[in-house]
Design a protein around this ligand. Structure first.
Ligand code: FAD
Length: 460
């Protein structure tokens, strides 16, 4: 009888550059490809993320010639069902490094099941890049230098002539066909699309990435985030194609931010929900109410903030520059704790990643790793003038302002016809809220000694 191994697809929904998958195929005559659909996670995920995942699974299933076994349940019980059905205890997967995946591995280990783990969703697995004294990095730039010096393996090829086990009648009783519908139109996804997108980015945008990545109105970035999140493409595959030009160098640094945040979360799992710099927990914050609702709807009366929030609502994605602007607005203008915004992003982003989201929020809020100092408050109007000078991004997402020219679109309150088409008035006075925010910081400093945040220049 042919020997069988189970391959548990996790955040590696691809066939190429997948060492753990090759190891599974090497270990047996046939491989049962499995994905576990955990209802608990799906409930928290939001419609966009679930719909994007279903599309990715459909694409993976196609490349597996219809052999993907999607099993509903928690990881342990799903794995036990498949092992029993196929009478095998050979189990392979890529390693996880975030809290949910680590807990799943522990539950499997606790049940005395051997899980063969190889590789991760990162060029260098979180936890590996350390200072000379063995402690983790807290600051990005030295992490980046050590990360580069550590290096990574070259990509591996896709399996040749793999033998997949297609679900038979018994397996079909276990299978689930997850249906998830998003109210918005999501782009296609899957390994092929991810590789194609990266190729297009290399050809058209990588050269000018360092200048164009900050302009939200143009396709200056790769839009690979959701593909990286589900491992439809591995960062190694990306890094192997990058050279030494300025654009490539800056792009490599962004890939490294993702790895830095994964490393930070790995060492500090509580920071998925809690403050990296705990002192900020006792700061004076407001409770979410009508202003938070206006932020969520993209109706704050600040054109760049509203354009960005409506980009999120209509596309399930938001440009990095404007993620920082809306995050700063929530924390410093509305005086809300970053977790409110983090949760809203988690509900809507198709690229939601627990490490990048929690730490992206905390960086902007001034309480995270390598954080932008708390007293740095983004000015939503000046950010608009600087990064969307012609107003094209605002015009695209905020139709009530589309009639305004580039001189008036950033400050419709100064224009006689600024509110002609029902654009909402500002919910706060930015200058006053900036001062309020700084006053709360002073209050915190007076109540406790907080580590001084140097007046360093933060490049973001
Ligand atoms: C408040 C806030 C929340 C965020 N939430 C997420 C999230 O949930 N998921 C997520 O993938 N990214 C998140 N980011 C980081 C960043 O905004 C997105 O990765 C980026 O906008 C994705 O677009 P792209 O693929 O075109 O990026 P590109 O500019 O093409 O960058 C290439 C890749 O590098 C990585 N990257 C780029 N910038 C960052 C960054 N600042 N931090 C970490 N990784 C980065 C991403 O994987 C990205 O796909 C967040 C940033 C902020 C400020």
């Amino acid at each position: 009888m042919a020997s069988k191994a189970i391959f548990w697809f996790r955040r590696d929904l691809r066939l190429s550059d997948n060492p753990a998958l090759l190891a599974a195929l090497d270990s047996a005559d046939e491989v049962v490809p499995v994905f576990i659909w955990d209802e608990e996670v799906a409930r928290r995920a939001g419609a966009n993320r679930n719909a994007n995942l279903v599309a990715s699974l459909n694409s993976l299933n196609k490349s597996l010639n219809g052999a993907l076994h999607i099993i509903t349940g928690d990881p342990l019980s799903a794995i036990q069902k498949v092992m029993k059905l196929y009478q095998t205890d050979l189990l392979h997967a890529s390693a996880a490094h975030a809290p949910y995946g680590l807990a799943a591995e522990k539950s499997i280990g606790d049940a005395a099941i051997e899980l063969n783990l190889l590789g991760s969703n990162y060029a260098i697995a979180p936890g590996r890049v350390r200072k000379d004294d063995g402690t983790p990095y807290k600051v990005y730039t030295p992490f980046y230098k050590m990360w580069l010096a550590h290096g990574w393996r070259p990509p591996v090829a896709a399996p040749k002539n793999p033998n997949w086990v297609s679900p038979g009648s018994e397996a079909k009783k276990l299978l689930t066909n997850p249906q998830a519908k998003s109210e918005i139109l999501l782009g296609e996804t899957g390994e092929e699309i991810a590789l194609e997108k990266f190729k297009t980015f290399l050809k058209n945008a990588a050269k000018d990435y360092s200048e164009n990545r900050n302009t939200p109105s143009i396709p200056g970035t790769s839009k690979l985030s959701s593909h990286l999140r589900w491992g439809e493409i591995h960062p190694r595959t990306i890094l192997a194609k990058l050279g030494s030009s300025n654009g490539h160098e800056v792009f490599r640094k962004e890939i490294a931010w993702r790895e830095f945040y994964a490393d930070a979360l790995f060492h500090n799992p509580h920071t998925a929900k809690e403050y990296y710099a705990p002192i900020f927990k006792i700061m004076r914050y407001d409770q979410p109410g009508k202003k938070f609702d206006a932020w969520c709807r993209g109706e704050t009366g600040f054109p760049l903030v509203d354009a960005a929030m409506r980009e999120l609502l209509s596309e399930g994605w938001m440009h990095n520059r404007t993620r920082m602007v809306v995050a700063s607005f929530l924390v410093k203008d509305l005086h809300l704790e970053w977790q409110h915004g983090e949760r809203f992003f988690a509900q809507h982003l198709i690229d939601f990643d627990v490490a990048s989201n929690a730490h992206g929020w905390q960086w902007t809020a001034g309480c995270g790793t390598d954080a932008s100092p708390y007293y740095r408050v983004f000015n939503p109007i000046e950010q608009g003038k600087k990064f969307d000078p012609a107003g094209d991004y605002i015009r695209k997402y905020v139709p009530e302002l589309a009639h305004l020219d580039s001189d008036s679109i950033h400050e419709p309150w100064n224009s006689p016809d600024g509110y002609l088409h029902g654009y909402p008035e500002r919910i706060v006075d930015h200058a006053a809220e900036r001062l309020e925010s700084l006053a709360r910081l002073e209050e915190l400093k007076a109540s406790k000694s907080i580590p001084s945040q140097s007046n360093k220049k933060v490049k973001k």
